[in-house]
Write a protein that binds this ligand. Structure first.
Ligand SMILES: [Fe+2]
Length: 375
């Protein structure tokens, strides 16, 4: 990040004809800006009850930094392409430095970064739009066709969103009158003693076959057990290495969830256990499965899961990060993937993590999935 801070300074300010003292102050500001995102990672994780105003200010600075770096990188890419083309055509190449750090260029890039980060933050932090999609499944039993699932994921309550945001989300979700509400992890940042009042609105969620939660990596940063007790006492079902049997139109199906793989890193925490998650499940059972990270989806398809719902990726959030996010998540970033006989749905996130609350090229959504036959 310090390197990127230097990159911004060198590109936009170093060659400007301004007094040394001002240049020095700007260089300090660039380095401070570069540390915003890094420090936010820790601030958000360990002080989730900090004021939302402070969160928004530091989050906006992180977003601005990220946007600025990406715009400069894109600018450099096209300039280098331009120079390479000229060179190949045998045209004399102008001085590269002449394309850096001139007043109009600096002002233009700063203005674009400000505009993009402002709109990116606004989109990322709004209450999500409701998106209805058909979830196509191979060999779907006739009775399960039309089953409606509201899929929520990565709300990050406590670190990013407050009770007011959740209240609107709960209202929008209930209006869908889904058969099932499934939340695939990263629901909270912070312990129940600190943020339960912001999260309490979840009690109002209702669906014909209940509200079911699986754990994400962030639940492990604040300790999952108190949350499991709290949510259970609120009448919500928490599926951690276990399954329940439900019925739709008289046809039984299995709903299962597994603990997030992050649990393996913490001593005494819940570890993912697939044999417990799929206990007593037979080959003839239709299985809907919740796992926060989509990385293991290929293996789950071979285990006989029919539908997997995941989150974690936040849709990549920022277009330049899409290839990296896809690579880190087993080739799954957002939307539907068809793996053997299983269909995987990766939510782009109903919310996102507040250390860089910006989306460009991806949007948060409340997804209503309707099961339909793929054949
Ligand atoms: Fe998340």
């Amino acid at each position: 990040m310090l390197g990127f801070g230097f990159y911004i300074f060198a590109h936009l300010f170093y060659f400007l004809d301004i007094p040394f003292l001002i240049k020095f102050i700007i260089s300090i500001a660039c380095f401070a800006l570069s540390q915003c995102m890094t420090s936010m990672r820790y601030i958000v994780a360990f002080t989730p009850h900090m004021s939302y105003i402070a969160l928004r200010i530091t989050g906006a600075l992180s977003a601005f930094f990220m946007t600025l770096v990406s715009i400069i990188m894109l600018y450099d890419f096209f300039i280098l392409l331009f120079f390479a083309t000229r060179s190949l055509l045998g045209i004399e190449t102008a001085n590269y430095l002449a394309w850096l750090s001139n007043g109009p260029l600096t002002i233009t890039i700063l203005s674009i970064a400000l505009f993009v980060s402002y709109t990116g933050c606004k989109h990322a932090l709004r209450c999500p739009l409701t998106v209805e999609r058909e979830l196509l499944v191979k060999n779907l039993p006739q009775e399960l066709q039309g089953l409606r699932i509201a899929h929520l994921s990565d709300l990050h309550m406590g670190s990013t969103f407050d009770g007011k945001w959740l209240s609107q989300l709960v209202k929008n979700t209930n209006e869908l009158q889904a058969d099932l509400i499934l939340i695939t992890g990263d629901l909270v940042d912070g312990s129940p003693s600190k943020i339960a009042s912001d999260v309490e609105e979840l009690k109002q969620l209702s669906a014909k076959y209940g509200v079911h939660i699986s754990l994400g990596n962030h639940e492990f940063y604040c300790g999952p057990k108190p949350w499991i007790e709290t949510w259970t006492s609120w009448g919500l079902s928490v599926l951690v290495n276990r399954n329940v049997r439900l019925e739709h139109n008289g046809y039984p199906f299995v709903l299962s969830g597994v603990a997030d793989r992050e649990g393996r890193k913490f001593k005494g925490m819940l570890r993912p256990d697939m044999s417990e998650a799929l206990k007593d499940v037979t080959d003839s059972d239709f299985v809907i499965f919740m796992e926060h990270q989509p990385k293991n989806a290929d293996k789950n398809a071979k285990r006989g899961v029919n539908v997997q719902l995941s989150g974690h990726t936040h849709g990549g959030q920022y277009f330049l990060l899409f290839p990296l996010v896809k690579f880190l998540n087993g080739g799954h970033r957002v939307g539907f993937y068809y793996l053997d006989d299983m269909t995987l749905h990766v939510s782009p996130g109903t919310g996102l993590w507040g250390y860089a609350p910006v989306r460009v090229g991806s949007r948060n959504e409340l997804t209503l999935l309707t099961l339909a036959n793929k054949d």
